[in-house]
Write a protein that binds this ligand. Structure first.
Ligand code: 16G
Ligand code: ZN
Length: 530
């Protein structure tokens, strides 16, 4: 085995001695200045992963909603999903090997996984609009070629677009064409088909204001517009021409601050949405005539989509099990509404897309959303097949067939590989149009409990250990009892703490019947964490 090129090339991407980083919930993520060697090494690892799986692997250079100065990298497995946990471990090992130990670390992985080094390798690479992304993605490409892998550099793409490309490539085009144009064509055609079912939708209703977070999503919405054939009229704000990436704008800012983004003109009553910095999250909102801000987060999105799907399934007379997967952050009102009124199965998963994705795969149709706006819908092969059969059935009655066709178009507008702001936006816009529903009516489906999120700096966040999908703390001893006691003081209250997977902080969540109570509870619980 000759790894000669690796030692030569790696010298151009040296690791700062002593630096230790971990492949966390969102891959590696930190200040961009610390990441060059990580990128090179992730190029190496992706190449090994490709040899091992005999499939194309993706590498995305982005730090999502983090500040412009940060960057990060994530690996994408063959079906477009997050890389499997064992390989997250390898990523951490490889990242932390000192310069002189790199070859040995690489050989360990090759041996452990019994990788055939003469196997060919293919790696797809994408990047966001950060100024550091160009040179960092170049370092990934260097890593790929050092191990003799082939690469395809997609350049500037959203994270979900890269996931989509990987899936298309590895399913020989069955999921779609592995090009950005193919992506727009598939999604927009499905969207246009869906909106044909929206009788008398006025031009006013076709209007949407989009906050692009000054990131890649803005660029891509622009690129997509011509494919929409004027069926959706988008006013784009924070398109990157003036403002700074994610700065006082974008989905994370809007969700956490519960305020509209700066840089956007908002007329009262108008439908608006925000993407995050790599366009894998979306939240909706509007301000009413009194200037009051109303946020429709991932929970509201999941409710809208699952209600729509359930109705179509009933109309189609197809018996498929539909479930909604949430996290501990899901507003209590959304969970109650889904379980008690909608009668759909609700599951709670740990924070992080891979956990939700995994849980959603257990059902015929799994709708998963984090409250922060990351989510999508998964259809099992069997579910897609049942729907296809009915759609093509020549003797089925018209109403059933119409519902099956709508379900088929819905499947095609969705990016099932990962949460996708563009795809989610098209689906939401189509549902609202078909149902003739305003954003106010959508908002009124249930009323969110007031809530508050806080972060607390502690000396060691790992001292907090949780169970029950992060809803209860098991250590340090006494913490959960303290939280329980505080929660009892308030009505309709709930609170939990969890160590962040992306920042050196502990996160506190509280909800209660009033904003004052939610704020007070969050504050009291954060004091109990110290
Ligand atoms: C990452 C996750 C996101 C999660 C967030 C939680 C992915 C692709 N992204 O951004 O799903 O909500 O981390 O961050 O998995 P936290 O652990 O710092 O609260
Ligand atoms: Zn993101």
């Amino acid at each position: 085995l000759s790894l000669g090129d690796v030692s030569k090339q790696s010298g151009l991407h040296p690791k700062p001695p002593g630096l230790v980083l971990q492949y966390g919930t969102a891959g590696f993520r930190t200040n961009a200045k610390l990441l060059d060697h990580i990128m090179f090494r992730m190029g190496l690892l992706a190449t090994l992963r490709s040899k091992k799986t005999k499939a194309t692997i993706g590498v995305m250079v982005t730090a999502s909603h983090n500040p412009e100065e940060d960057n990060g990298v994530k690996l994408v497995d063959p079906m477009g999903e997050m890389v499997t946990p064992t390989w997250e471990g390898y990523a951490t090992q490889l990242a932390n090997a000192e310069q002189e130990d790199l070859l040995a670390a690489l050989k360990d992985i090759i041996e452990e996984e019994a990788i055939n080094m003469s196997q060919e390798a293919d790696v797809f690479v994408g990047k966001d609009t950060r100024s550091s992304s160009a040179s960092l993605s170049k370092a990934v490409l260097d890593g790929v070629s050092a191990l003799g892998g082939r690469n395809k550099d997609y350049g500037l793409v959203t994270t979900p677009q890269l996931h989509y490309m990987v899936c298309c490539q590895n399913t020989q085009g069955k999921y779609g064409e592995a090009t950005v144009e193919g992506y727009y064509k598939k999604l927009c055609q499905a969207f246009i088909q869906l909106t044909k079912n929206a009788s008398n939708c006025t031009d006013d209703q076709k209007h949407l204001s989009v906050d692009g977070a000054n990131g890649i999503g803005a660029l891509k919405v622009r690129e997509m517009e011509s494919y929409l054939k004027k069926e959706l009229h988008i006013s784009l704000f924070n398109d990157g021409s003036a403002g700074k990436l994610n700065h006082q704008c974008g989905a994370d800012f809007v969700k956490v601050q519960q305020n509209p983004p700066t840089g956007m003109k908002i007329n009262s009553g108008e439908r608006c949405c925000s993407f995050d910095g790599d366009a894998d999250r979306i939240v909706y909102y509007y301000t009413d005539s009194e200037g009051q801000f109303h946020l429709l987060d991932g929970d509201k999105v999941a409710t809208l989509i699952s209600t729509f799907l359930k109705e179509l399934l009933t109309q189609a007379g197809i018996d498929l099990e539909i479930a909604v997967v949430q996290t501990a952050y899901a507003n209590g009102s959304s969970t109650n509404y889904l379980e008690d009124t909608m009668k759909v199965i609700v599951r709670c998963a740990k924070t992080g897309v891979k956990h939700l994705h995994h849980a959603a795969q257990e059902f015929d149709i799994g709708v998963y959303f984090e409250a922060n706006g990351h989510g999508t819908v998964l259809f099992s092969k069997a579910a897609e097949e049942k729907i296809r059969q009915l759609a093509e059935d020549s003797i089925a009655d018209d109403e059933r067939k119409r519902a099956a066709l709508l379900l088929q178009d819905t499947i095609n507008v969705i990016n099932q590989t990962v949460g996708d702001a563009i795809s989610d936006m098209l689906l939401i816009e189509a549902i609202l149009a078909i149902r003739g529903m305003t954003i106010q009516q959508w908002d009124a489906i249930y009323k969110d409990l007031p809530n508050r999120q806080l972060k607390v700096k502690v000396s060691d966040r790992r001292a907090i250990d949780t169970t029950d999908a992060e809803r209860r703390a098991v250590s340090p001893t006494g913490l959960q009892e303290a939280i329980d006691t505080l929660v009892k003081k308030y009505s309709q209250a709930r609170s939990f703490v969890r160590p962040s997977g992306t920042e050196d902080v502990v996160r506190v969540y509280a909800e209660a019947d009033t904003q004052e109570s939610a704020d007070a509870l969050a504050h009291e619980v954060s004091l109990a964490v110290y």
